[in-house]
Ligand binder design. Structure first.
Ligand code: NAD
Ligand code: IPM
Ligand code: MN
Length: 355
């Protein structure tokens, strides 16, 4: 299995290299034969030669790799994030990675948040007019096609049913944004008829955010359009304990190709200090391992990351004294210990944790 690694910008260049030894260890221990190439896409390359997403990238990636691990994009030298849109949104739409799974691991359990990843307010349709460097009229269109909403909703309901979830909540804003809102409601209600195991609920996004923060225990599966899903995932990260914890997978169900990235950005406020939390990046690797059929390796990694994060080895955002690198060293040391004592077959489960 070959993986494309894009550290990107800011703390992406810290958390991704720090997490790679864990991948190597798991590849060796479980005989997975994982190799990877590190790609230099990001602000430095953009500023050096104007390349964001190389011309052949969308052709080559699915042919040569099982998936991409991306750290983060965003650099103060490129304030409009033009390179980030080209690379990140270019990968999501260009490879049709329309399902963005952003699980929220909370005290009461996991909420499976699914974000539509290709259209809505991210469709890049719009424009502006103005004069003398001042914008006077601006438009960003929120576009949804029925096909896109249908395939997204159907796939998410299928995943939720397979995961044994019973309730699914559609988040929308059909009172104020009626056209796309109605399309989502229509599709959601129609698709739910095919899934008698699932009970549907619908909530306005504002009230949903209120309820989520007050008491998240009422939610199991959540479906959201592109921008609402983006915002909800940062609120969810705060409920989990910080942006350093939240991972995501953007998947094209038809090809199986996937992009794994932490929910957080390049965090210029802490970049270069060696204290960024690599937890989310390591959890992205666990999602990648799960996605490629290596559930035992994924479970071992996940359990050791969770275990290390509860100790003083955690990074400062979690109240520990660890650094990006020392936290991942603790995780690999824990994994090595389990593998030595138990061997790869049993090592996935720590005695005090769920499998
Ligand atoms: P951010 O997510 O980078 O940071 C928000 C806050 O969370 C900051 O205080 C930061 O220090 C903290 N934080 C984030 N990740 C952390 C980690 N791993 N460990 C500890 N603390 C962490 O959001 P921002 O500051 O609004 O954005 C910075 C840049 O990143 C912008 O250019 C933005 O466009 C970009 N961005 C990129 C992605 C991506 O590539 N997927 C996602 C979000 C934002
Ligand atoms: C995310 C980010 C991106 C998004 C930005 C950087 C374009 O915030 O992945 O959550 O809005 O999707
Ligand atoms: Mn975001």
């Amino acid at each position: 299995m070959r993986i494309a690694i894009v550290p990107g910008d800011g703390i992406g260049k810290e958390v991704v290299p720090a997490a790679l030894p864990a991948l190597r260890l798991l590849s060796d221990a479980f005989g997975l034969d994982i190799t990877y190439d590190v790609l230099d896409w990001g602000a430095d390359r953009w500023l050096a030669d104007g390349t964001g997403l190389p011309d052949d990238a969308l052709d080559r990636l699915p042919k040569e790799y099982a998936g991409v691990l991306l750290g983060a994009l965003g650099d103060p030298r490129i304030p409009d994030m033009a390179h980030g849109r080209e690379i990140l949104l270019g990968l999501r739409t260009g490879l049709d990675l329309y399902v963005n799974h952003r699980p929220l691991h909370l005290e009461h359990g996991t909420i499976d948040l699914y974000r539509e990843n290709t259209q809505g307010l991210y469709s890049q349709i719009g424009g502006s007019v103005g004069s003398r460097g001042r914008v006077s009229v601006a438009m960003d269109e929120c576009v949804y096609t029925r096909d896109t909403v249908e395939r997204f909703v159907r796939h998410c309901l299928d995943r939720l049913r397979a995961a044994g979830r019973r309730k699914v909540t559609l988040v929308h804003k059909a009172n104020a944004v009626p056209h796309t809102g109605r399309l989502w409601q229509e599709v959601f209600r129609a698709e739910l008829d095919r899934f008698p195991e699932l009970t549907g609920a619908e909530e306005y996004v504002d009230a949903f955010c209120y309820h989520l923060v007050r008491d998240a225990s009422g939610y199991e599966g959540v479906l959201a359009s592109n921008l609402f899903g983006d915002i909800i995932s940062d609120i969810g990260a705060a409920l989990m304990g910080g942006l350093g914890l939240a991972c995501s997978a953007s998947v094209c169900p038809e090809t199986g190709f996937a992009l794994f990235e932490p929910v957080h950005g390049s965090a210029p406020d802490i970049a270069g200090r060696g204290i960024a939390n690599p937890y989310a990046t390591a959890m992205c690797l666990a999602m990648l391992l799960d996605h490629t059929g290596h559930a035992d390796a994924a479970a071992l990694l996940r359990n050791c990351v969770r275990h290390a994060a509860r100790t003083g080895a955690a990074t400062p955002d979690l109240g520990g004294t660890g650094t990006t690198v020392s936290f991942m060293s603790e995780v690999t040391a824990l994994m090595e210990k389990r593998l030595t004592i138990e061997g790869p077959r049993q090592a996935r489960r720590l005695p005090h944790e769920e499998s």
